[in-house]
Design a protein around this ligand. Structure first.
Ligand code: SF4
Length: 279
């Protein structure tokens, strides 16, 4: 439950990555392209060259220095251990047929999306202001949770985008209820806005709608982002130094990891301060 300052509760353990219970699925199932985020190309279903046979990353402590920033901002929301231990009963992709391994790699991104939705729905249920729609949120959460426990073949064929659409309608309503009374106006309605490199130092964005906004490399130092909705906002290299994100809605760890910040940045309890931020 949110406390009186609007700070969201910590994310439940089952919605946090537990790499010790996974088979390095994100390092095998997903593709990546050589770029500022990844030092190499890698095809989907092909193990990263840095993945060890014990499913640990061989360069974990030096990912940024070695050009693998993308790995430090990724979060499976606990989908890895669910697929490894529940969907596939604890049997590694290295065992059994190639067909079984391919199925595991197809299922992983589907369950990852479902777990992301579970993460948002769990937070929405913690919002006292969203009380009028708690029963609907609970119903969608139960539905998504049940889907994550389907058989591998069912999961591989799941139309997850339609689940997303249903959940998004509810999340938007929860957001509107939580932000009601915090001030509106053009400056605060920034859904999907292109704010790349924007100078928003010290801006009053309390309760702003920044859903899906492109805030790449924006200067938000000292900005007031309390109770702002940041679902899906692109915060790569966004400067959050000394910004106040207390009670920010639907802010995830990958977003925070991708941003810059400091010890003066105030964060909701649902995320932790990245180690690479300045003191
Ligand atoms: S560099 Fe490490 S964390 Fe990144 S994909 Fe490869 S094994 Fe995984």
């Amino acid at each position: 439950m949110q406390d009186e300052t609007g700070t969201a509760a910590p994310v439940p353990t089952e919605l946090k990555a537990d790499c010790a219970q996974c088979f390095g699925l994100c390092c095998v199932a997903l593709p990546f392209t050589a770029s500022a985020d990844f030092a190499i190309d890698k095809a989907a279903g092909s193990p990263c060259r840095n993945l060890r046979t014990d499913n640990r990353c061989g360069i974990h402590t030096e990912l940024r220095q070695r050009g693998f920033n993308g790995c430090t901002v990724y979060d499976c929301f606990g989908a890895g251990q669910k697929v490894a231990q529940v969907t596939f009963g604890g049997v590694d992709w290295r065992s059994g047929s190639g067909e079984r391994a391919r199925l595991m790699f197809d299922v992983f991104p589907v369950v990852r999306q479902l777990h992301e939705l579970l993460r948002y729905l769990t937070e929405a249920l913690e919002l006292p202001a969203a009380g009028p729609i708690h029963s609907e949120l609970r119903r969608e959460l139960d539905r998504a949770e049940a889907l994550t426990r389907e058989a591998p073949e069912e999961l591989a064929g799941l139309d997850v985008s339609s689940v997303r659409q249903d959940v998004n309608v509810l999340l938007l309503r929860a957001s509107e209820l939580a932000r009601a009374g915090l001030g509106r106006g053009r400056k605060k309605e920034r859904r999907g806005a292109d704010l790349m490199g924007a100078r928003l130092k010290g801006a009053d964005l309390r309760g702003a709608n920044l859903r899906g906004a492109y805030l790449i490399a924006a200067d938000l130092t000292g900005a007031d982002l309390r109770s702002a909705d940041l679902i899906g906002a692109d915060l790569r290299d966004t400067d959050l130094t000394d910004a106040d994100l207390t009670g920010a809605l639907f802010l995830t760890q990958p977003q925070v990891n991708a941003a810059k910040g400091s010890s003066g940045t105030r964060l909701p309890a649902s995320v932790t301060r990245p180690g690479h931020w300045t003191p």
